[in-house]
Design a protein around this ligand. Structure first.
Ligand SMILES: *Cc1c(COP(=O)(O)O)cnc(C)c1O
Length: 387
């Protein structure tokens, strides 16, 4: 593992200029299903792209280095990455997940548990007593998501990982919201890191993809083998695009989080806003943990707007630079309404239990001028409050 290089260097230049055939600077895109055997009973290093492909493998190597893992498996979506980790569970095994996790994760866990593929316990991981009693059931897997989507709650990965280890539970951390540029869960004790590469890693809103990074080499090999068996591996073209996007991860997210901090402060001072959830604000309950385990506060935030559903509707229909859309982590700023979009399938009871209110809006801050973004929010809030 070439971890003597600093992470910015790995993101920008890992795999550059290593093409054996022509010395291509950019790692080539290998669009092929199969590879010629060098002789009878004698395959070359590659045989079939469902299980291995040089372009996908390059992205996997780069991601493993950035997350300090022993290996990575590049798959077709973030959900496929979570499902790949869940393939470690057998009937009767238990997974403990945050009660306010990403809506798609919640839905997948609930539906697989209903099929009796494993048991699931949803818990408020910030509540120590609730977490301890869930871990007392000796689950096979603890799934962590910090900061959480959409409420930006922060939990202490190293404390949770130590508690899980003590009862023989493996730990998987969904690091989608921060990317390895801002948080490296394996260094804090996680066994697996999960990514929706759709978000910050690709960063240009033109790929759906995912990855699992494993701390342990045997775990990485086992998951890679299973991904090849089920065919959940990502396409070579998507891997090429994602590696291209990843080159600028650090400058993108650093600029985006600077704007997010300014926007969070602006919103907190605005009379039409009832609450702002951003770990960088002094008012945020998870700020101290974020300072300890993150390299920055990230570029995602959420807020509760005055005027209930009507306030939400008028705001969402008034923004001009922000686009009303799902997803996050791209170069363009987005606004989403979790209750009717990302977290609609969760159901209103589970949303209420998780604290996701109907007047909550989530922002993904892009690379536009922060003045333009603040002016856009100002005019949209003016319209929302006069309705
Ligand atoms: C988007 C997202 C996922 C799912 O990823 P897809 O690429 O959309 O399948 C999982 N976890 C988090 C935190 C996400 O934001």
């Amino acid at each position: 593992m070439n971890n003597d290089r600093r992470p910015e260097t790995i993101a920008a230049a890992d795999g550059i200029g290593q093409d054996v055939a022509f010395g291509a600077l950019a790692p080539p895109l290998y669009l092929t299903s199969s590879y010629r055997f060098t002789g009878f009973e004698n395959p070359g290093p590659y045989d079939y792209s469902r299980s291995c492909n040089p372009t996908r493998d390059q992205l996997a190597r780069t991601l493993a280095k950035l997350e300090h893992g022993a290996g990575a498996i590049v798959v077709s979506s973030g959900m496929a990455a979570i499902d790949l980790v869940l393939s470690l569970l057998e009937p009767g095994d238990r997974v403990v997940a945050p009660h306010d996790c990403y809506g798609g994760t919640f839905r997948l866990l609930k539906l697989r548990a209903e099929k009796r593929q494993f048991e699931v316990t949803f818990v408020d991981q910030g509540n120590e007593a609730a977490l301890d009693s869930a871990l007392a059931q000796r689950p096979k897997l603890l799934l962590i998501e910090t900061p959480s989507n959409p409420l930006m709650r922060v939990v202490d990965i190293s404390i949770l990982a130590a508690k899980a280890k003590a009862v023989g539970t493996k730990v998987a951390a969904d690091n989608t919201f921060l990317s390895p540029a801002l948080q490296q869960p394996i260094l804090l004790g996680a066994d697996f890191v999960i990514h929706s590469t759709t978000k910050y890693l690709n960063g240009h809103s033109d790929v759906i993809g995912g990855a699992v990074v494993a701390a342990d080499e045997a775990d990485a090999a086992a998951l890679l083998k299973w991904a090849g068996i089920t065919g959940v591996t990502g396409s070579p073209f998507d891997a090429y695009q994602t590696l291209r996007g990843l080159r600028s991860l650090f400058p993108r997210i650093e600029r985006q989080q600077r704007s997010a901090g300014l926007i969070a402060s602006f919103l907190e001072a605005h009379p039409c806003i009832e609450a702002v959830h951003y770990p960088g604000l002094a008012s945020h309950p998870g700020r101290a943990i974020a300072v300890k385990q993150q390299r920055g506060f990230g570029a995602m935030l959420s807020f509760e707007i005055a005027g209930g559903r009507d306030g939400v509707k008028h705001f969402a229909e008034s923004v001009r630079i922000f686009t009303l859309a799902e997803s996050l982590g791209g170069v363009e700023s987005l606004v989403a309404h979790p209750a009717t979009m990302t977290h609609a399938d969760m159901g209103s009871d589970a949303r209420r239990a998780a604290g996701i209110q109907d007047n909550l809006l989530r922002l993904s801050i892009g690379l536009e001028s922060e003045q333009d973004l603040i002016e856009d929010l100002t005019q949209a809030l003016d319209r929302a409050s006069f309705s």
